[in-house]
Design a protein around this ligand. Structure first.
Ligand code: ADP
Length: 292
């Protein structure tokens, strides 16, 4: 279990990227959902011990992450948002190099580890290819392979599906789903489907604050009877936004479908719809925006 309490991070230029964040993350897949600029990467890097927060505590099992970052690193697998440079060395050689860095000194053990990871991530056939020539999906699968070296107990994946086509994304999410329920996996993303497809627990981060956390199913139930839909002409959108709490808009055959949050029936041509995770997310991001 990962427990974060009152975590605040203020960058040198005064940006308060995290503001009193408290979060409890049990074993299994946990979705951290938030728009760009919400503070997700700042939070991921703080947990991964790459930066020290201004204040607050992070506890993983019996490890105090801020005072003992070395202990955390021994059980951590981290897939950053961007690796930056993709060198000309082969996939196999790079994994071998990283396994040495992670402390797998025995050659036979290293070979067995790497071969098993190459199979698991479906990279066996391209193991001798240079990483520089990998597609986005292959890079992300390589990212997971390197994160899994040494059987980590805490795995952090930061925006892993950004830029992947639907097939690559599916493959990648299936791979994450297979990792198992005995580790803590935090998936940070701005894509609602990543969370709804995979995560039994989630939180929404916006404006540096946790807006809500819980099980997606329960969060959706909390909107029961409060979401209303209407099909309107595109030029009627501004007028509706002024009159109602519009939480989602989507084009449909040239018209606009809007979802509105309201405890009572708005009338005016609205019909009730069950709330989806997109509604949960947009409603909380809207509330955060209004409060800012
Ligand atoms: P996300 O990953 O959700 O997009 P980030 O954690 O990257 O959010 O950023 C949160 C806020 O902190 C943004 O306003 C961003 O501009 C700011 N920020 C991120 N990194 C730095 C930095 N190194 N220095 C100053 N501000 C930063």
């Amino acid at each position: 279990m990962l427990t974060i309490k009152n975590l605040t991070h203020v960058y040198g230029n005064g940006t308060r990227a995290l503001d009193d964040v408290s979060l409890t993350v049990p074993k299994g897949m946990f979705g951290l959902l938030g728009p760009n600029g919400a503070g997700k990467s700042t939070l991921m890097r703080s947990i991964a011990t790459l930066q020290t927060p201004t204040s607050g505590t992070i506890q993983f099992g019996d490890i105090d992450v801020i005072s003992a970052p070395d202990k955390l690193r021994r059980v951590l697998g981290y897939l950053p948002q961007d690796f930056g440079v993709y060198p000309r060395v082969s996939c196999y050689d790079m994994l071998n190099h990283m396994a040495v860095l992670k402390g797998i000194a025995d050659g036979h053990e290293r070979k067995a580890t790497i071969e098993s990871l190459l199979n698991q991530t479906n990279l066996w056939s391209v193991r001798k290819k240079a990483l520089a020539g990998f597609s986005g999906g292959m890079r992300q699968r390589f990212g997971i392979a390197q994160a899994l070296i040494g059987n980590p107990e805490l795995i952090i994946v930061d925006e892993p599906t950004a830029g992947l086509d639907p097939e690559e994304r599916n493959r990648f999410l299936n791979l994450l789903a297979e990792i198992g329920e005995n580790v803590v996996i935090i998936l940070s993303t701005h894509i609602v489907e990543d969370v709804s497809d995979l995560c039994p627990r989630m939180a929404v981060l916006a404006g540096g604050k946790i807006q809500l956390q819980g099980a997606p199913v329960e969060l959706m139930q909390s909107l029961d009877g409060r979401v209303w839909r209407k099909l309107i002409a595109r030029d009627a959108l501004e007028d509706h936004k002024a009159r109602y709490n519009v939480i989602a808009t989507r084009l449909f055959t040239g018209k606009t479908v809007i979802h509105v949050l309201s405890d009572t029936a708005p009338g005016d041509g609205f019909e009730p719809v069950p709330g989806g995770l997109e509604d949960v997310y947009m409603a909380s991001v809207n509330t955060a925006r209004l409060a800012a």
